[in-house]
Design a protein. Sequence first.
Lengths: 169, 401, 103
Amino acid sequence: MDIAFIIIAALTFVSALAAISLRNLVHCALSVAVTFVGLALLYLKLGAEFVGFAQIVVYVGAVAILIVFAILLTKSSETSNEPRYSRGAIWSGVVAAVAFAGLVAAISASQVSLTSSPVAPSASVEKIGQDLMSKYVLPLEAIGLLLTAALIGAVIIAMKEKPAEGDEQ
Amino acid sequence: MEFLDQIFIWTKTQVVGALPDVLQVPGSILLSILPIMAVFPLLFALTTVAERKILGRIQNRLGPNRVGPFGFLQWAADGIKTITKEDLVPRNADKIVHFLAPVALLAPVLLAYSVLPFGRGMYAIELDAGLLFFFAVGAGTELAVFMAGWSSRNKYSLLGAMRAVAQMISYELPLLLSAVSVVMIVGSLNPNEIVAAQEGFKGAGGLIPNWHVFTPWGLAGFGLFMIAAAAESNRSPFDLPEAESEIIAGYFVEYSGMKFATFFLAEYLGLFVISSLGIVLFLGGWHAPAPFALFEIVPSWAWFMGKLVTIIFCFIWVRGTLPRLRIDQLMNFAWKFMLPMTLINLLVVAIWQYALAWDFVGAGLLRWLICGGLLVGPYLALGQGLMNSRNWGKRTYRYAS
Amino acid sequence: MTPLEHYLILSSLLFCVGLAGALTRRNAIVVLISVELMLNAANLNFIAFWKFGVDPAATDGVMVVIFSIGIAAAEAAVGLALIIAVYRHFKTVNLDQINSMKG
């Protein structure tokens, strides 16, 4: 058994559990950042270096900080005394467990390992760049448009509204 | 002198060869890491003393001159003081996060040293996407700064941390984009290939090195990169988040003793590593600046260290000279000036690359004029435009009544 | 080399942890964190299948994950902006109390 895989997988799973169950929201945000790092390590182990580093730059460097800013801006950083889980949380937990059982059953019953090729695929940065410009140029432009629209939309939604002229009377 | 150039690599191969077979791989890894862990903290120690002395001279006073010859053992006295200081943790502080924050700040900074070549063949690891790895670990430091500021449960600490994170995020874009302009020309994210693309000499008589800083886009890119590097490592004139006279040391106000020393160490090590990246990208890495035989005797790592020390001196010089920027001035500068300039720099790189194919008489001068004009024009326009858009009213005086 | 099934089981485990978080917690920000966790689990699935794939020259798995990371970042930005706007109106991010369209 691969020791590195066991350690990284355990770290990722434990921090994911911590991210959904801790009471203090900032601890949740930091645990999910640890999960992102664990996943990046798994991508590196699978040989996808560019994706691993991009995951750290985007998720740990930007999304985790966005989450932290949102926690601070909604004043949720103090531990509240309200119950964490909604009513009927037990049934939701059962649904998630059933989903997991179903997925594991599907994985065990299928024969995925038989179709792998003898030579492991490798994606060098140059190949990724060439593919981005030739085969995937339309998704590239589309995601540029999407990111622009999302950022402008996010700024407009979160901006403080100026009071309308009629309210001053 | 080939031997002096490769003396460290030769030593390492000798030692690793003398180890038994089982220990060879761990021994090789350890011997790659140990020089970095030994040299750069020592450089940090000497830099703290040098900084205080140089700042003192700029401010018309002597720096520390008691401990050791001309005060150059001051770092040992400082080290003993920090180690023996009591480690205070506020009662309301979040103990685990408070403890982990210095570690979470130091670890990514040390990781970043591993991909840079400090001499011919002297790198710890060669990664295909080495530059992206560098920026990825740089992104890890932002979260650590927030951890430090929030866990102290102190209003000013949190305020300083938020300002520091906002500043680091804002300046990360110009930093990355000015590095991307180099990647566009070289065609690889590997720092070794970027250094290899800058060898050789050009110009009349073959005297000007082929470094990227001697091209119009390289000069602009180098300037933008160094400004963004100063902002990324919270260095004057961008040190509002940690200024002692403004916000009482900002996000590490509740740290004392060895943890404070770790923050200090991490900040300076971050400065060194980002200056080293600037040298690799723009100043030709470990290449000598002129093709004279005398310069070839000096080993490649000595050239790298010389360039690094020069850049550190320039940072100290700027710290002693320029006043501190306010937070809104910082953010305006990043988003309204540096980001458009880096985008224009990318355009200029593309035009330069296209214009390299011209070979009529006077092509070189025309290239320089076009690219230089495309950079200087927006620089002047943006500078004047941003300054004039503020409504400077008539100067009024208020007197106490 | 770890067999493919282990990666798939880990990714389905992470997905179900995210699902449980999204269904059970009351705080809107934790729900958003759980959604990000689910997206990450799917990304891991893509990379695992790419690594153990049929064609050694294919980069499809890596490409999909690159775009997925970008889209997830955009979605997190808009989602958090929405949470801030909702907080400004309802003065809470507790999902059980944001129910003024109910009944």
